[in-house]
Design a protein around this ligand. Structure first.
Ligand code: NI
Length: 181
């Protein structure tokens, strides 16, 4: 690695970055009073890695889909349920809340490839009487897993957050190792 200093007690590596004053000003605006510059840069990099991971629709992902629907719309509750039953392998959990006499909120946790989750969400949100739909997609595979495990093999110190990421995807890496054998 270039331009770096050895890791601190948490294993985080320090390096210097050059940027135009205007850009630095924007960075400080993003940081506000609650985050450091380092935290903003780490958050942005992780968000970028997640987007990259999701840009290939074939990669594993989890999704949280929320929507509100009109309970009085004829046949809508049954149609929503039919779609969920048809795609039962991808619908991990569903929660239904009766908001008032006429409106219902549903929250679905979905798992599958990014493009299949996207299509399922579009199918549900496209039904007449469904509104305020929102899908949040997250990669199901940890983009830092390889870095984490190769660093551990090399005996390097690791940052706490990288450690956290690693432990989160422990079972998946265990599974990958098994597949490789
Ligand atoms: Ni309801």
């Amino acid at each position: 690695m270039r331009n770096t200093q050895a890791g601190d007690e948490n294993g985080a590596v320090r390096f210097s970055v050059s940027m135009e004053p205007e850009l630095l000003e924007r960075l400080d605006e993003l940081a506000g009073t609650s985050r450091t510059r380092s935290k903003v840069v780490r958050d942005l990099l992780r968000a970028h890695l997640a987007r990259t991971e999701l840009s290939s629709g074939h990669n594993p992902a989890v999704g949280v889909l929320t929507y509100v629907y009109d309970h009085d719309q004829p046949d809508l509750a049954r149609r929503l349920m039919d779609v969920q039953h048809d795609r039962h392998a991808e619908v991990v959990a569903a929660t239904h809340v009766h908001l008032d006499r006429h409106e219902c909120l549903e929250v679905l946790i979905l798992r599958g490839t990014a493009d299949r989750i996207q299509r399922l969400a579009e199918q549900l949100l496209g039904l007449r009487g469904v509104r305020q739909g929102r899908l949040v997609l997250t990669p199901a595979r940890c983009p830092l897993a390889r870095t984490h495990h190769s660093a551990r093999r090399n005996g390097k110190a690791l940052g706490r957050e990288v450690e956290g990421q690693g432990s989160k995807c422990k079972s998946q890496n265990g599974r990958r190792r098994k597949e490789a054998e």
